[in-house]
Design a protein around this ligand. Structure first.
Ligand code: CUA
Length: 431
């Protein structure tokens, strides 16, 4: 008897050890995990998950115990004729009632915490919540802060500890808004506004990844965003600066040379109302006192895009752009039909992301590439090779470049490398 059960014990031990190994594998650092107690939303869903997993485990153990006991009890024994069939139970009313009622009862019990979690997460947002309008586009995210008169793209700043109430809609197809570490997900649906709120009360001073989670076309997987959870005072500084018109923050004065450290919050004195469109000779204005951008040295590695570049895009390494030439070229190019830059009266398009403070953003291309001059130049030159796009999206702008959507080489209206470098210098200066 004991000898016979040993292989089974060994099998059970193996399964147990494997299960432990799998569980241990879940304890690592997973930056896109939902099991994060950063908001009441995530605590609610994590608690529901743990409850249901616990109950499911109990049901599993009972069912498996009955199964194993039955297999063992009715196994073939020496001396018992093989042809003797076990007793048939077809039509046993008691048994059939039991195995119908029991699962129904279990489902009814599971419904209690589930429905409670649904009601809690669907409740009206607190009155003091920060309002954020989320608008899905193929393929990028537009964010508006109506109380602050801010429009931005693909980057959300949220104050730690204050409830945030999202109102979600789309201008085209269905998308789905999700920041796994904070809460969601919620569909972004045509002809209907959905709502979602949570409080990043236990969020760290860090960056979280967000993404689209409903298939929405060729670049569904390239529709990402970043969420910067920052102390309340930093959020107010950021918001105060974002609502001002674009201001050119020129590279540091001559002796310093080079480009300004992108991670340094600009603190120079300024005239916030001095817009970018001054006479070229005027000294460029600088951002307002106390303006805030999330410090680059705090950005965790998982939030920095590492999307590989396609092999057939390139841009000359040493080309130096000129901000003023770039502003002039930008203001007379096709860019202005789709992009808005507050403070540049020529740039009033609304179908593309607002570029008012694009130089202060961490990423471009809806979170696909880091926001640096090289990637921005490559993007302007060949966006449609860097990310599957469509007829109405960011076009190929490099002169002589092949446009995979139009299936043609761009000549008329195309930008030379020098013109692109100039426009990049201008856009990168819009801090
Ligand atoms: Cu938007 Cu998937």
């Amino acid at each position: 008897m004991h000898l016979r059960t040993q292989p089974r014990q060994a099998a059970a031990l193996t399964v147990g050890v494997l299960a432990l190994v799998f569980l241990a594998a879940c304890s690592g650092q997973y930056p896109n995990s939902t099991f994060n107690p950063t908001t009441e939303f995530n605590r609610e869903s994590t608690s529901l998950w743990n409850t249901l997993l616990g109950w499911g485990t109990i049901v599993f153990i009972i069912v498996e115990a009955i199964l194993i006991y039955t297999i063992w009890k009715y196994r073939r024994r020496p001396g018992v004729p093989v042809e003797a069939d076990p007793k048939m139970l077809h039509g046993n009313t008691t048994l059939e009632i039991v195995w119908t009622v029991l699962p129904a009862l279990i489902l009814a019990i599971i419904a209690v915490p589930t429905v409670r979690a649904i009601f809690r997460t669907q409740a009206a947002a607190p009155a003091n919540a920060l309002k954020v309008d989320v608008i899905g586009h193929q393929w990028w995210w537009e964010f508006k802060y109506p109380d602050y008169n801010i429009t931005t793209a693909n980057e959300l700043y949220l104050p730690i500890g204050r409830p945030v109430a999202f109102s979600l809609r789309t201008v085209d197809v269905i998308h789905s808004f999700w920041i796994p570490q904070l809460g969601g997900k919620r569909d972004v649906v045509s002809n209907r506004t959905n709502y979602l709120w949570f409080t990043p009360d236990s969020a760290e001073y860090t960056v979280y990844n967000g993404s689209c989670n409903e298939y929405c076309g060729a670049s569904h997987a390239n529709m990402r965003f970043r969420v910067f959870t920052v102390p309340a005072e930093n959020f107010e500084q950021w918001a105060a600066h974002q609502r001002t018109p674009a201001m050119i923050q020129a590279p540091a004065a001559a002796p310093a040379g080079g480009t300004p450290a992108p991670n340094t919050p600009a603190t120079a004195t300024a005239q916030p109302n001095a817009a970018a469109n001054q006479p070229p000779a005027a000294p460029p204005p600088t951002p307002a006192v106390g303006s805030y951008v999330f410090p680059r040295d705090r950005v965790p590695a998982y939030a920095i895009p590492a999307t590989p570049l396609p092999p057939d895009v390139s841009f000359p390494e040493n080309l130096v752009g000129d901000i003023e030439r770039g502003r002039a070229k930008y203001s007379s190019s096709a860019c202005i039909a789709c992009h808005k830059i507050e403070g540049n009266p020529m740039s009033v398009g609304v179908t593309g992301p607002s570029l008012t403070h694009v130089g202060s953003r961490l990423t471009i291309g809806a979170g696909l590439f880091p926001n640096d001059p090289r990637h921005m130049a490559l993007w302007i030159k060949n966006a449609r090779k860097m990310k599957p796009l469509q007829f109405s999206s960011m076009p190929t702008l490099g002169k002589g470049e092949y446009d995979p959507v139009m299936k043609t080489v761009i000549n008329v209206g195309g930008l030379t490398d020098q013109e692109i470098a100039d426009i990049v210098a201008y856009l990168q200066a819009l801090k």
